[in-house]
Write a protein of this length. Structure first.
Length: 467
């Protein structure tokens, strides 16, 4: 509990970033108030439980090699609730009309093992031969930022870009590989070309040490780096909200911040909350709205960060509906079309569906066309037409659950790091006790958001102490 003379920290936004900022502020002894416009906490992190099914509305896991999520889970006493994906369940790529196994040792873009890359059927032989030219091509990168797709296509050819980089990297960031920033998303590629010239040589040389480090970090060589909780990632939000309240944090859900004030924040109900320090964690658009009157440079820059939309279609069937019950975790799609991939949740993680049932999620991003904005009936019909032959299922699903995320996923396009610097510098100059946190600037994954929320809470409280 905060002392009577403790600093007053206001956090705007109750997603995982804002919750982490509030947690850090409470741990440092501040009086913390968290304001969330929605009636529920968690933002894009949320879990729906329905008749024995565990349905993730947003992300279904976090990566273990980035420690912020694991640290928070340990602090909340949830470490015994952490689970890993089911072992031995491969992911495929839908490439050239067929589901093909992901080659062993394939990283986000490049292979760390040679023979699986040589023998994979994901790429054609002309694609592989073109990629091999990377071994002799001179260094190509300018000092300035470039698009990942442009760089990789020049070094490795279109096959690598189309079949691996775009579905894997573009899928994570909700953007086309030809608009994503190399320096913000994959800065290691610049280091690899500088140090080794050839990206293939750099990746193959790093393969064995990287596998050894990853194996140690996630308990066992070859283990998946992904983790979640037995009750879904929404369990993290639920417990964190309970613990924040127990620590004396005031949580104002269903309340909108209308404006920032020299003394604090003005709420939709007319109240003024005094704030010595402020973390804006409600997303790029909302942070820009609130900063417009005070730090227009930061507001303008935040508005330049493009936001992607996606629709998630969750479907359930009885196992009896399949010609063969799915045993793969799903696939990413390298072929054209409105879908970017499918996850068989009931295969990927234990406890996601009742015995004898199959639960799957398919993703419809706006970068692949207008279907993401179609009505529920049209999205469902197109989804079933697409997945039925691939899953070998003919029956109608037991239920369909649709989640829409409209203009919520920031895209790290070329020049992103410069935009981040402008926002951070403008706030540091105007008022170092104000900060913007979250996926729009400093990382899109759950661990990144947790780490940034805590970091920005520390930054504004430290600045308050110095002042």
């Amino acid at each position: 509990m905060a002392s009577q003379n403790a600093p007053r920290l206001v956090v705007v936004g109750g997603g995982i970033t804002g919750l982490a900022a509030a947690w850090q502020g409470a741990r440092r002894g501040a009086h913390v108030t968290l304001v969330e416009a929605d009636d529920r906490l968690g933002g894009k992190v949320g879990t729906t439980r329905r008749g024995g099914f565990v349905i993730e509305e947003g992300p279904d896991s976090y990566v273990a090699y980035r420690p912020a999520a694991a640290q928070l889970i340990e602090e909340l006493g949830l470490s015994d609730q952490v689970i890993s994906p089911s072992p031995g369940r491969r992911v495929s790529l839908l490439s050239r009309g067929r589901l093909r196994p992901m080659p062993d040792g394939m990283g986000m873009v490049l292979p760390t093992r040679l023979w699986p890359f040589v023998t994979t059927t994901v790429l054609s032989w002309p694609d592989k031969l073109r990629a091999a030219l990377d071994l002799v091509i001179p260094r190509r990168l300018p000092d300035s930022d470039v698009a990942i797709g442009t760089f990789l296509r020049a070094r490795l050819g279109g096959g690598i870009v189309r079949r691996f980089a775009d579905p894997m990297v573009g899928g994570i960031y909700g953007a086309d590989i030809d608009e994503l920033s190399l320096d913000a998303v994959l800065p290691s590629l610049r280091e690899n070309e500088r140090d080794h010239r050839s990206l293939m040589i750099a990746s193959l040389r790093s393969g064995a040490p990287a596998r050894k480090r990853a194996g140690a970090a996630v308990r066992g060589p070859g283990s998946s780096p992904f983790r979640t909780l037995t009750g879904g990632l929404g369990q993290l939000v639920d417990v964190l909200g309970e613990r924040l309240r127990a620590e004396g944090v005031e949580i104002l859900a269903g309340t909108r911040v209308e404006a920032l004030d020299e003394r604090g924040v003005r709420l939709s109900d007319g109240r003024l909350l005094d704030a010595d320090a402020l973390v804006l964690a409600g997303g790029a658009a909302d942070s820009a709205r609130l900063l417009r009157a005070h730090v227009p440079v930061a507001a303008d820059t935040l508005e330049k960060i493009p936001l992607a939309s996606t629709t998630v279609v969750t479907l359930a069937w009885p196992e009896s509906a399949f010609a063969a019950v799915p045993s793969s975790q799903g696939w990413l799609q390298a072929d054209p079309g409105p879908f970017s991939g499918l996850t068989v949740s009931s295969v990927k993680f234990a406890g996601r569906a009742p015995e004898g049932m199959v639960l799957a999620r398919i993703f419809v991003p706006d970068k692949r066309g207008p279907l993401t904005d179609a009505d529920d009936d049209e999205v469902t019909a197109a989804t079933l037409e697409h997945v039925r032959p691939l899953l070998r299922v003919t029956d109608d699903p037991a239920f369909v659950h649709i989640t829409r995320w409209h203009a919520t996923m920031p895209k790290y396009t070329v020049g992103h790091l410069e935009r981040v610097a402008v926002v951070d510098d403008a706030l540091a100059t105007y008022r170092p006790t104000w900060a913007v946190a979250g996926s729009a600037l400093h990382g899109v994954g759950v661990p990144d958001c947790i780490a940034d929320g805590r970091k920005q809470a520390d930054a504004v409280l430290d600045a308050l102490t110095r002042r």
